[in-house]
Design a protein around this ligand. Sequence first.
Ligand code: NAP
Length: 332
Amino acid sequence: MSKNFQVQLASFPKSIPRPNDFKLIETPIPDLSLDQVLCETLYLSLDPYMRSQIAGRHMSGSVGVNEPMIGETVSRVVMSESNDFKPGDIVRCFGGWQHYSAHNASALQMVADTIDPMSYALSILGMPGLTAYAGIIWQAEPKPGDVVVIPAAIGGVGATAGQLAKLKGCVVVGIAGSEEKCQYATEELSYDACINRKTENVSDRLKELCPDGINVFFDLVGGELLQTASEQLAIGARVILCGLMSEYNNSTRAAGPAPGLWIKARAIIYGLVVYDYEHRREEFLKNCIPYVKSGELKIREDITMGLETAPESFCRLMQGDNFGKALVRVGT
Ligand code: NAP
């Protein structure tokens, strides 16, 4: 343990971020005060909300030029001035895009050894998994036979949501950005069908695949796909508004679907913010760990090696080129 490297924002991206919007710099390893803990980052989670933080429009805070990028990590405790943690403990924290970070002990959560591999604490058994569980299980409350449509179908949130809906006996249709992703959705994640949003007419395909309408639309992308799905809702449909992947790189907001489409369907519209479900994380883990262990819930992680790969990997995520939950292996 000699040097800390961190990734800072170098310039505000105008649309899709590019690797040179970021810079890798050497910084001192932080000193510890009483009740603080020094952590070494093992895995860093890359998430779409970071694009909104850079744009200064995310509820969790913002990142300015020459400031370190924020991010959730699985980290190893290397020094501790707290009675609650000891060197070697594996924790979840907001370590950021860097090798070492200091935290008040109260900001750390121990990663249980039932979460194996530990990277799952940032993917299927972490924030993206909790988001999917909250949206599908607690908000949409799907019934067997419900038709559930999920865009970004094989990503961190979408893959978990699709499999949870299948476990509830639903008919699940994914939407994804390539043939390879669609094949993965149907063959590995047990989606009943998957529409290639880049080569197929999504509206026509939804009409074919959901002739009686969509009962649950788990919206991870907003924009045109939200409009298209809203035109095909069944009576009593639930629409979970969770993400705006099609809009994060834009400086202006799309107008959104005409509310008349939702009125006609007597739809129930939910806004989902995962932080509201933090107090139910243990319940989510208790229910999902057995499915992960039995192989009924799977996740593909798109892991790149080394902190210096974080900018490029984040840029791939923000243009939809990730294949699974985007993570960086920072330390070993
Ligand atoms: P992800 O699905 O792993 O990656 C994003 C995916 O979005 C891309 O791989 C791409 O998949 C798709 N995409 C990109 N641009 C698109 C476009 N223009 N139109 C349609 N799809 C596009 O990311 P994630 O971490 O699981 O997050 C998914 C969504 O959930 C994001 O919008 C995120 O902000 C949101 N989220 C919300 C909460 C909350 O509390 N509300 C929490 C976590 C995540 P394809 O190429 O396969 O379409």
